[in-house]
Design a protein around this ligand. Structure first.
Ligand code: ADP
Ligand code: F6P
Length: 325
């Protein structure tokens, strides 16, 4: 098989800090091997409309430390259809693109699997703050988001202590409680509520009442957005109970968790993953994602990482419980 001369890169799904570092690594690794890289703007939407341009070392200069993604990202339903995917193939052929690196979450990787199924060589790079992608210990953006969450928890605890209050803090995680659980353990929260482990409102109230009686000056409950009830309903329930002790306040961290420059960990992860993605693609691999396993990186079949869910270690739940006293 002749060696590829031109590949493309895109960022897709929810943005994640470190996506720019990954784009930079892809471009520089490819250019060092005399391979051209096209940057596709706005993910699969841009692929369908042919919105792409050649990226050189200069276009990716000065982006390593920047949050967001210079290629932007988008969600697109047309690409999920057979007709949409055939249109995408046509666009790739028009531009002479022989292989792709797709940087994104599990949905984006499902799109990458579809392209692979149509014969386009594709390597995926996991990037999503949720850390819900099977086959990788960490996805790009998780560490930065977690640090942002910890900064917020620390600040909220300061004011909680001053006023003898309880803060209910909602963090991202549509279907996955990783950020909430790690945020709770590392932020020293009293309560954690995640989709993988239901905690009835009554149990939350009892836990807070107990913390008050034991003399705590504050209480923090961290809740994932994907939990089975809304944080506003929990606030209403707690406010109605007269035995909780603490006054209740609520903070939703929202999209602050997706912004900001990547941490050192995310810069390194994104850089290593971008370089491996290019090397593996040029070596003839396709239909795989770059997975971080321990200190190493290994290819994981897209078939596997898009059909299985990354699970939260039960030991972390036990840890959260034990340390919250
Ligand atoms: P994330 O990648 O962060 O999980 P989404 O789930 O929104 O984000 O997926 C991003 C995009 O990937 C979708 O808007 C769509 O264009 C594409 N995609 C998702 N699922 C599929 C699928 N089953 N087949 C083809 N493309 C898909
Ligand atoms: O990136 C994943 C995620 O942050 C989820 O936790 C959240 O539900 C979702 O993205 C929100 O994304 P958007 O506001 O872009 O639809």
């Amino acid at each position: 098989m002749a060696r590829m001369k031109r590949i493309a890169v895109m960022t897709s799904g929810g943005d994640a800090p470190g996506m720019n570092a990954a784009i930079r690594a892809v471009v520089r690794a490819a250019m060092s091997q005399n391979v051209d890289v096209y940057g596709i703007r706005q993910a699969y939407a841009g692929l369908l409309s042919g919105d792409m341009e050649l990226l050189t070392n200069r276009e990716v200069s000065g982006i390593l430390q920047r949050g967001g993604t210079i290629l932007q990202t988008a969600r697109n339903d047309e690409f999920k259809t057979v007709q949409g995917q055939r249109k995408a193939l046509r666009r790739l052929n028009e531009h002479g693109i022989e292989g792709m690196v797709v940087i994104g979450g599990d949905g984006s990787l499902r799109g990458a699997k579809a392209l692979h199924g149509l014969g386009v060589p594709v390597v995926g790079v996991p990037a999503s703050i949720d850390n819900d992608i099977y086959g990788t210990d960490m996805a790009i953006g998780v560490d930065t988001a977690l640090n942002t969450i910890l900064d917020s928890i620390d600040r909220l605890r300061d004011t909680a202590t001053s006023h003898n209050r309880c803060f209910l803090i909602e963090v991202m995680g549509r279907n996955c409680g990783y950020l909430a659980l790690m945020g709770a353990i590392l932020g020293g929260a009293e309560i954690v509520i995640i989709p993988e482990h239901e905690v009835p409102m009554e149990t939350v109230a009892n836990g807070l009442a107990d913390a008050y009686v034991r003399g705590k000056a504050h209480a923090i409950a961290v809740m994932a957005e994907g939990a089975s009830y809304k944080i506003t309903d929990l606030q209403e329930y707690l406010s109605k109970r007269n035995d909780v002790g603490f006054e209740i306040r609520l903070t939703i961290l929202g999209h602050t968790q997706r912004g900001g420059g990547p941490t050192a960990f995310d810069r390194l992860l994104a850089t290593r993953m971008g370089v491996d993605a290019v090397n593996w693609l040029l070596d003839g691999q396709s239909g795989v994602m770059v997975g971080r396993q321990g200190r190493d990186q290994a290819p994981v079949a897209l078939e596997e990482c898009t059909t299985r869910t990354r699970e939260i270690g039960k030991e972390y739940l036990d840890l959260a419980r034990m340390l919250s006293r």
